[in-house]
Design a protein around this ligand. Structure first.
Ligand SMILES: Nc1ncnc2c1ncn2[C@@H]1O[C@H](COP(=O)(O)OP(=O)(O)OP(=O)(O)O)[C@@H](O)[C@H]1O
Ligand SMILES: [Mg+2]
Length: 323
C-alpha cells in the first residue's frame, strides 16, 4: 500500500477536490463528468484529507490495472467466472456460468430472487468454492487458494453485504476507522478526518458516535461502503446496494458508485434487481436464469434482446420500478 502523503496534505493549499477529479487524467484535458467530484459535498475542513486519501486510491488502482498485461479490452481479465458450477447437495444453483469484468468496469448481475447472485459474489470472495470451473479475481485464479492467500485477495477486492456486516460492538466511526488503523501509517487526526469525510461522501454525515444498531438498513449499508473505501480496494462487490433504502439514498449511492468508477477507476460488481440502476451504472450486465448466464453483454444489447425470458424481466421491472 502506498504511503499517505502527509507533507502534501499540510503544505499544499490546492483544493484536493480538484486533484481527485483530475488525478487519473494526467496530460489530458479534464472534462468534468456528470456525476460530479467525489468529495464535492464533503465539509471544507476534511476535504483535503479525504481528497488526498482518494487520490492515493486512484493512483493505486491505475498502477494495479497496468500490472495485468493486455487486459484492458480483453474478456476474462480482472474478474471472471469460467465454466463455473455450484450445487448445494442435489440443488443446482449455477451450471456452466461465464462472465468477466475488466479493470475499471462495472458489471451488474441481474436475475430473480434465488437465482444465485449472492452465491456468485460469495464465490468471488472465496467464502464458497465452486464445484467445477475457474474463478479469477484481481487477475488470479482463486480456486485452490488457502485462507491466507484469500485474505491477500480480499485486501484488493472487498464486498459490501446486504446487511452491511458491521462490527456491532463498536461505533460507526470505529467501523470505518478499522482499515485505516490497520495500515499503521496514519496519524489519529488524519484518521478522524478521513472517517468524517468518507461518512459524508456516503450520505451519513455526523454519525460517527452511533452504534450500528442505531442505524437503518440503508444507513448500515452506506457505512459498510465507507468502510470498504477506507481499505482503498481495487474492486468492490455490492450486494443489492439500493434495496430497502429510500429513493434519495438510492440516488446518492448510485451517484457514488458512478463517481468511484470514473474517478478512482474502481472495478465494481453490483447485484441488483433495479434495471434503472443497472442502466445508469453498468458497462455490462449478466442475467442469471435457471442456473445459467442467460445473457452477458451491454445494457444496449440487453434492451434489444428478443429473448422472451429477458423481455419479461425487463417488462416486469418497468411495472414494479417506474422511473
Ligand atoms: N450455504 C447455502 N447452503 C444451501 N443453499 C444455499 C446456500 N446459500 C445459498 N443457497 C441457495 O442457493 C440459491 C441461490 O441463493 P442466492 O442467495 O445466491 O440467491 P439470490 O439470487 O442472491 O437471491 P435474492 O435476490 O433473493 O437475494 C437459493 O435457493 C439459496 O437457498
Ligand atoms: Mg441475494
Amino acid at each position: 500500500m502506498a504511503e499517505f502523503d502527509d507533507e502534501s496534505s499540510v503544505s499544499e493549499k490546492k483544493d484536493k477536490r480538484d486533484v481527485v477529479e483530475t488525478s487519473s487524467q494526467e496530460g489530458s484535458e479534464h472534462v468534468p463528468d456528470s456525476a460530479g467530484s467525489l468529495t464535492e459535498d464533503v465539509s471544507p475542513e476534511v476535504a483535503e484529507a479525504v481528497g488526498d486519501f482518494m487520490e492515493q486510491a486512484a493512483q493505486q488502482n491505475e498502477a494495479a490495472a497496468e500490472e495485468i498485461p493486455d487486459v484492458r479490452n480483453k474478456p476474462g481479465s480482472y474478474i471472471s467466472f469460467e465454466h463455473v458450477y455450484k450445487a448445494f447437495g442435489e440443488f443446482v444453483v449455477l451450471e456452466d456460468v461465464n462472465f468477466c469484468v475488466n479493470p475499471g468496469e462495472t458489471l451488474c448481475i441481474l436475475g430473480r430472487s434465488g437465482v444465485g447472485k449472492s452465491v456468485s459474489l460469495q464465490m468471488l470472495m472465496g467464502f464458497l468454492k465452486p464445484d467445477q470451473g475457474t474463478i479469477r479475481v484481481a487477475g488470479e485464479n482463486i480456486c485452490g487458494l488457502g485462507e491466507k492467500e484469500l485474505q491477500r485477495i480480499r485486501q484488493k477486492v472487498t464486498m459490501v453485504f446486504q446487511n452491511g456486516a458491521l462490527f456491532d460492538s463498536v461505533t460507526v466511526g470505529e467501523n470505518v476507522a478499522f482499515p485505516l488503523r490497520e495500515r499503521k501509517d496514519l496519524a489519529e487526526d488524519q484518521i478522524q478526518q478521513v472517517v468524517k469525510g468518507l461518512l459524508e461522501m456516503v450520505g451519513v454525515a455526523g454519525m460517527e458516535d452511533l452504534l450500528p444498531s442505531d442505524l437503518s438498513t440503508g444507513m448500515k449499508r452506506s457505512v459498510a461502503i465507507a468502510r470498504a473505501l477506507a481499505s482503498q480496494p481495487e474492486a468492490v462487490l455490492y450486494d443489492e446496494p439500493t434495496t430497502m433504502v429510500d429513493p434519495m439514498m438510492a440516488h446518492l449511492l448510485g451517484n457514488l458508485i458512478e463517481r468511484l468508477k470514473q474517478q478512482l477507476h474502481l472495478t465494481s460488481i453490483v447485484v441488483t434487481h433495479d434495471m434503472q440502476f443497472a442502466k445508469k451504472l453498468a458497462d455490462r450486465v449478466v442475467f442469471l436464469h435457471q442456473g445459467q448466464a442467460r445473457f452477458f453483454g451491454t445494457v444496449e444489447e440487453l434492451e434489444r434482446t428478443t429473448d422472451p425470458v429477458l423481455q419479461e424481466f425487463l417488462a416486469l421491472d418497468e411495472l414494479v420500478l417506474p422511473v
